[in-house]
Design a protein around this ligand. Structure first.
Ligand SMILES: [Zn+2]
Length: 356
């Protein structure tokens, strides 16, 4: 969920010669990391240095596709995760050093920890060792075969498509869930599972809450996160065929269509959506220094929630009552939801078809 998607605009700019303070056009910088780079002279300078080295590495490379991919992964998994200028400076330093010494394909150590994943394992799921704190969540995921069930849903929706491996990991920092294209891996942080769990467990203090129902909602929330990342994997394959679009919206739409096609209970949909987009937890809505909310390339949680609600309504008009009650959608938008559902469902079909 917290996957920070690369900016294709930025990548294009990296190889262009547009006059700007950074390597990309600052007039077009998006709120968040790009703006901070533009507004901080030392970062702008580092960005230019990195871009020059990157261009050189591409020119000299035997495998420019891999380098381009590692650059995207770096932007998404390393640079765009930063929430301070210091973090950005250090991230640029390491990337500059790597590019300057022909190690463009090496990402940060935290990411290479994922290399512990056994590519030969036949199962599509793997749990990397968890700390004592995270162990109960790892056990919970394993016992409930939660990753397996998300994969099964994706397989039903996208028959015949190769699906990424899904890995549980004690992340160096809580990054929610993210997709690593180099290894075609979906990674789910145990910390993220703990965070989702704390929301649902908190609700159990209300005596009217049913533990089985609450567990199912937690299940749905995590499935959504895994499906969103699987969506990135499928979109990534399609991208190789030259199609572009707003990938975050499409990944959300993939996860929504797959889950909603499975006819879940309306209350489960609502409650799991609330926990996914962190309306109550620190995830998603986290406020740090003011601009970090925008450092994520996902839409704001409220927007994603509204999109999901709209697809739910489009799928099943019975959801209308809840939608009116929460006023998550303006009536004008609500009228278009049947249409949005049709388009999203057709989009999934195209994705599966084009990716073969
Ligand atoms: Zn995403």
């Amino acid at each position: 969920m917290r996957l920070k998607l690369l900016s294709l605009v930025l990548l294009t700019a990296l190889t262009s010669t547009a006059a700007s303070a950074a390597s990309f056009a600052c007039t077009k910088a998006r709120p968040g990391v790009e703006q901070v780079v533009c507004l901080t002279p030392s970062l702008s300078h580092q960005d230019e240095e990195m871009a020059a080295l990157y261009t050189k590495a591409l020119r000299n490379a035997d495998n420019s596709v891999a380098i381009r991919q590692s650059q995207r992964d770096w932007l998404r998994l390393v640079r765009n995760q930063c929430t301070t200028v210091d973090c950005l400076g250090a991230a640029y330093d390491r990337r500059i050093a790597a590019l300057a010494t022909g190690r463009a394909l090496e990402l940060d150590a935290s990411i290479s920890a994922l290399k512990a994943v056994d590519p030969a394992a036949t199962s599509g799921v793997q749990y990397l060792p968890a700390s004592q704190d995270s162990k109960p969540y790892e056990d919970w995921l394993e016992q409930n075969q939660l990753f397996e069930s998300a994969i099964a849903l994706a397989r039903r929706a996208a028959p015949g498509m190769p699906l990424p491996k899904v890995v549980g990991w004690e992340c160096d920092t809580n990054r929610g869930a993210f997709y690593v294209s180099q290894q075609d891996l979906v990674v789910v942080c145990y910390q993220f599972v703990a965070e989702i769990a704390s929301y649902h467990v908190g609700r159990l203090q209300d005596p009217s809450t049913n533990a089985t129902v609450e567990g199912r909602r937690m299940f749905t929330a995590i499935e959504f996160a895994v499906l969103h990342e699987i969506g990135h994997s499928l979109l990534h394959r399609r991208k190789a065929l030259g199609s572009l679009g707003s990938e975050e919206t499409e990944a959300d739409s993939f996860a929504s269509v797959v889950l909603l096609s499975n006819e879940p209970d309306i209350n489960d949909v609502v409650e799991s959506a609330v926990s996914i987009w962190g309306l109550t937890s620190t995830f998603g809505m986290k406020e740090q220094n003011g601009w970090e909310d925008y450092s994520d390339e996902h839409a704001l949680p409220q927007q994603r929630f509204a999109n999901y609600a709209c697809l739910a309504l489009g799928r099943n008009p019975a959801f209308g009552q809840w939608i009116m009650k929460t006023s998550v959608l303006k009536p004008q938008r609500a009228q278009r939801c049947a249409n949005e559902w049709e388009r999203a469902a057709a989009g999934l079909h195209t994705l599966v078809f084009a990716g073969r």
